[in-house]
Design a protein around this ligand. Structure first.
Ligand code: URA
Length: 233
């Protein structure tokens, strides 16, 4: 990778800042001053320092966000604010994208990464990643409805939904866990039992709980343990 690309992609400095720093001898590779930023380096092996500080290279970034209401989770929308707009600029160059989507009015846990292979695997129906949502619905859920949601309902796809788990906290609220991620999955499941979701928040993804210390719209990088959970899935 070119050294100037490395410096900008790691969020160390803009191209013009790095140029200036290199000219003044502020950029070193393995302890040697480098003034020509077009040189190629191996980010995994070479030790690059910028103005005396060694730059830690992370190939893959994993972020947990507490998605707020009214923000879309796709990466490009001409009109609305996206979850990527909530991240600092340095992540803009790292080609980060959400690992699965939440509706504009769904809140809670969203994982963002630039590890395409891992995201693809986690989103594959074969992987059966469990996702848990806190919900509220318009009408009381009857025992029969809960049984149907757990067993599988017809949401207009080729086959019924996979078995789900439901835990009620009142007759109109609770938690539901599913292993699929079809478009509007939970809302359509509730429609199938003649009800309507009025509140939806994802609180767990693949054994990783939403960090409740994150306010809506806040984010942090995943811990080593959380990354391991994802990688071992
Ligand atoms: N199910 C939905 O209906 N919406 C979401 O955002 C996530 C799951």
């Amino acid at each position: 990778m070119r050294l100037d690309k490395f410096l900008s992609e790691t969020g160390t400095a803009s191209r013009s800042e790095s140029k200036k720093a290199a000219r003044s001898g502020g950029v070193t590779v393995n302890g040697m001053v480098v003034r020509d930023l077009s040189v190629h380096i191996d980010p995994e092996k070479d030790k690059v320092a910028y103005m005396g500080s060694v730059i830690l290279y992370q190939k893959y970034i994993y972020i947990m966000m507490n998605k707020p209401d009214g923000v879309i989770s796709s990466t490009d929308d001409g009109s609305g604010k996206t979850v990527l707009d909530l991240l600092p600029e340095k992540y803009g160059k790292m080609e980060i994208f959400p690992c699965g989507r939440l509706d504009k009015n769904t809140l809670g846990l969203l994982i963002l990464t630039n590890n395409g292979a891992l995201a693809h695997r986690l989103l594959s129906p074969k992987c059966h990643v469990e996702k848990t949502y806190r919900f509220e619905c318009e009408r009381p859920l009857r025992e029969k409805d809960v049984e149907l949601l757990c067993k599988g309902v017809d949401i207009g796809e080729k086959s019924s939904t996979q078995p789900a788990k439901v835990h009620l906290t009142s007759d109109r609220s609770g938690e539901i866990s599913v292993t699929e991620g079809k478009f509007h999955q939970i809302k359509r499941m509730f429609q199938a039992v003649c009800n309507k979701i009025t509140y939806l928040e994802r609180i767990r993804f693949a054994d990783i709980p939403l960090d409740e210390t994150l306010a809506r719209g806040e984010w942090r990088e995943l811990t080593e343990k959380e990354k391991e959970i994802l990688e071992n899935h």
